[in-house]
Design a protein. Structure first.
Lengths: 330, 330
């Protein structure tokens, strides 16, 4: 365990890097802001970064606009298989679940893996068996299903590779935000508490029409998520296979270890990912000195951050709005 | 795809970092040497690094002395669940399978994921469904079972955490090889061919008495394996959860990107892992300049490497024997 120290608490969340169209923009922005406030409230209640990260991600999982928990997309078999992870930056312990079914809040199950097992990752049936054992009961798949997810699968025409390529790749074209089109709504949160403890979490239903059993970067520490008190934390979203190829989360952490700030590390890593894979995505990053960074190479990524009782948020381009926290919060 | 260039071909394999006892030392050493020769022969036949890495790992999977494929250990439910990955350093494409059952050569299935899907990782039932679809048929679990695996589960007394801690941790003691005791036999191979193409692969049955659904570092690129023509390749073994915590494979690659050679990068990364997690393990590493490195913080790791028609090998301490390739090979 790393020695903790006094620092400025920060809660930052994202609602997924996505397409070049502004479909349901307001609902996504509101969902991200709400989740940041939920995380902040929990942080005020318990003072614990892990509690806050879990609460923020649960809020995003419960909002059917996002592709995580309720609202997860359907795979090619018409089923929902979800992935989530949570990491404790004080100990480097983490818990992840992948390809888990019929669970309302996969991030809460991931936390149980972290706290109640000697493992970091449980997948498939084993993860569902563990859920029952620790009292997280399965729910009918219909309760996780949104109209939007059904529509997305229906709209899924043609070859999966072409569609995902259209969403997250920009082969042979000049790199601009507008070249990365499509939809994706993986969610995540990174928190540092007043003791300097970092927590990070990511949760997703994956990509519409993915193969049964497909797992992307999201539940894998060093790929879709990482948290370390010594450096900071990160949660990723975007084209999972591209993120995996360049081990995006660990890359950002190691860029920060080498001296870059959160924003510069995020930009450098996403540029590197684009150069090596032509894949697009987004990240939220914070360091242990009170700084945060947001960057995405997709058209949009809903994000929100609370620091010093101010709510920062944005959803496209270089948007960075700042407002006072709602009265009942400040 | 990175431009390829002429280079010195190398095949390097490991048969798993393991305990402080020399049980079946000769069989492990022979198995590793044989696998390196199998990989080298394949490289001579096809000139392709991926073919060679797959062939070497299949040889290790087929040898019941190792905990991968045939000879995989049993989980707490008495079943075999296997993980494997293969990565193509020319494209950064990879394929992995996790928690897959009844498959003779998981690394071959992993290669099918890489070459026949848009994904990098399939787990559980979905991975087995895919296997059937591509003509890799399931086999009875008994055919994968070794007497040794049954004995290991029987010998598994007491708390899993204590046992694995005894095997791979050395809390509050001075770091020496002898403090990391236990058994583990994850296998792997890293190859660079004459065109400068790097391939890396790892395969495992995991840790005896692991929970159903548990996945460690092995099938996850950036954690248990990585290959990149720009830098080199690595395959890891040891305490999976510790390897995950410090994203060992990507750490080694980034140390090499920063200028370290394979041996120095391996030592620095395993020292870091020990310092942060008290976990032990081993790695084989090569760069794209004709150098290889071997390092382990466990008592033993069977490894073998062929370069310039010479077979280098070792199994404990700083052993590094060199012999001419067998007559029918050179």
């Amino acid at each position: 365990m790393q020695e903790s120290r006094s620092t400025t608490p920060i809660v930052i969340v994202h609602g997924g890097a996505w397409s070049g169209i502004s479909f349901q923009r307001d609902a996504r922005a509101d969902g991200a802001k709400h989740a940041a406030i939920v995380g902040w409230k929990r942080l005020e209640e318990t003072g614990n970064a892990i509690d806050a990260a879990e609460a923020a991600v649960c809020s995003l999982e419960d909002d059917p606009i996002f592709d995580a928990g309720t609202g997860s997309v359907l795979n090619s078999s018409g089923h929902i298989e979800m992935d989530a992870v949570i990491m404790d930056g004080a100990t480097l312990n983490s818990g992840g679940v992948a390809c888990v079914r019929n669970i309302k809040n996969p991030v809460t199950l991931a936390r149980k893996v972290m706290e109640n097992t000697h493992h970091c990752l449980l997948v498939g049936e084993g993860a569902n068996q563990f859920a029952e054992k620790v009292g997280i009961h399965t729910i009918p798949e219909e309760q996780l299903l949104s109209e939007l997810s059904v529509t997305k699968l229906k709209l899924c025409e043609g070859n999966y590779g072409d569609r995902v390529g259209h969403a997250f790749k920009a082969k042979n074209v000049k790199k601009t935000h507008e070249h990365a089109k499509g939809e994706h709504d993986t969610v995540g949160a990174v928190v540092i508490d007043a003791h300097g403890n970092v927590a990070a979490a990511t949760s997703t239903g994956g990509i519409t029409a993915k193969m049964a059993g497909r797992v992307g970067d999201s539940p894998l520490i060093g790929l879709g998520c990482y948290g370390d008190n010594v450096t900071g934390g990160v949660s990723c979203t975007g084209h999972g296979e591209s993120i995996m190829k360049v081990h995006l989360a660990s890359r950002i952490i190691m860029y920060m270890d080498a001296g870059l700030g959160p924003k510069d590390a995020a930009e450098k890593a996403l540029d590197y990912m684009y150069d090596r894979t032509e894949g697009a995505g987004g990240v939220i990053v914070l360091d242990n000195k009170g700084n945060f960074g947001v960057h995405y190479t997709t058209g949009y990524m809903a994000w929100a951050c609370i620091r010093d009782n101010k709510l920062h948020h944005g959803i496209s381009g270089h948007e960075n709005h700042t407002e006072e926290l709602p009265q009942n919060m400040a």
